[in-house]
Design a protein around this ligand. Structure first.
Ligand SMILES: [Zn+2]
Length: 264
């Protein structure tokens, strides 16, 4: 048994079609020999040095990540800088790396659907659909099974995403929430769409001061649960998906990842 790097990348792209990605993105096979044999794969949110070391320690030939390991163009790849050292370690370790980023945000069962599921949302649909693909698109909007206050919703999000704190932007914490829109990661670019569609609250990460200040007097509240926490579950989901393709493939989700932000 054994698959090629290209075959594993194709499985991921059957789930998260690269044509669904945002124009600025860099999805797909980013490093590797397409014909190299793969029997062990590691899935992760980011290709950190810890992930590369872990992949090498379990004898993996391939990493599937959500965030692309190469995003901005490089002018040099040298071990004197952090990114260069990591890329050299990947290449010298004969590891292939494939990213499913905004393609996976748009996909059914991807980052946004997982977040909607964690909240138990009903009648979920994309916030910005891709016309010809049912259920595919950026962000999600749906209904909570029970109406709750903004304050209760914020607590509910903490439990759902296993975080110690979230940040809440709203007029009054006792305002009621029924319809929820969301976009995992850095998602404020879809906030206006959530407002337009009448969402009571918007769940995302990476909200800036000015974005919060502009939204605080509006009728759509915001809960910022963090970029990391809203997207981390995709590592396990991708591992589960690959395992479904072939139960004999060795697949490990890197679950030791830590949010670079500590809550003090
Ligand atoms: Zn992200």
């Amino acid at each position: 048994m054994g698959y090629t790097v290209r075959e594993i990348a194709d499985w991921i792209e059957e789930w998260a079609d690269p044509s669904w990605a945002e124009s600025y993105d860099n999805c797909g096979l980013l490093i590797g020999h397409e014909d190299q044999e793969v029997d062990t794969v590691v899935t992760a949110l980011d290709v950190t040095e810890g992930v590369v070391d872990y992949a090498l320690s379990v004898g993996a030939q391939m990493i599937i990540s959500h965030h692309p390991v190469i995003f901005h163009p490089f002018k040099r790849i040298v071990d004197a800088d952090r990114d260069g050292a990591r890329l050299l370690k990947i290449i010298e370790g004969n590891l292939a790396v494939c990213a499913a980023h905004t393609s996976m945000d748009a996909a059914m069962g991807g980052t946004n659907d997982i977040a909607a599921e964690r909240l138990g949302l009903l009648a979920v649909r994309p916030l910005r659909p891709i016309q010809e693909e049912e259920g595919v698109g950026m962000g999600r909007i749906g209904m909570l099974p029970t109406i709750m206050t903004m304050q209760e919703f914020a607590e509910y999000v903490k439990q759902a995403f296993e975080v110690e704190h979230v940040r809440l932007v709203c007029q009054d914490p006792s305002d009621l929430v029924h319809q929820v829109a969301l976009c995992t990661g850095r998602g404020m670019s879809f906030f206006e769409e959530a407002v337009k569609q009448g969402a009571d609250v918007y769940l995302t990460g990476d909200v800036t001061y000015h974005e919060a200040e502009a939204a605080v007097s509006g009728r759509t509240g915001i809960v910022d649960a963090g970029h990391f926490a809203t997207e981390l579950p995709i590592a396990e989901a991708m591992a589960g998906y690959l395992q479904q393709q072939d139960e004999e493939l060795k697949v490990y989700a890197y679950t030791e990842a830590e949010d670079p932000f500590r809550t003090i």
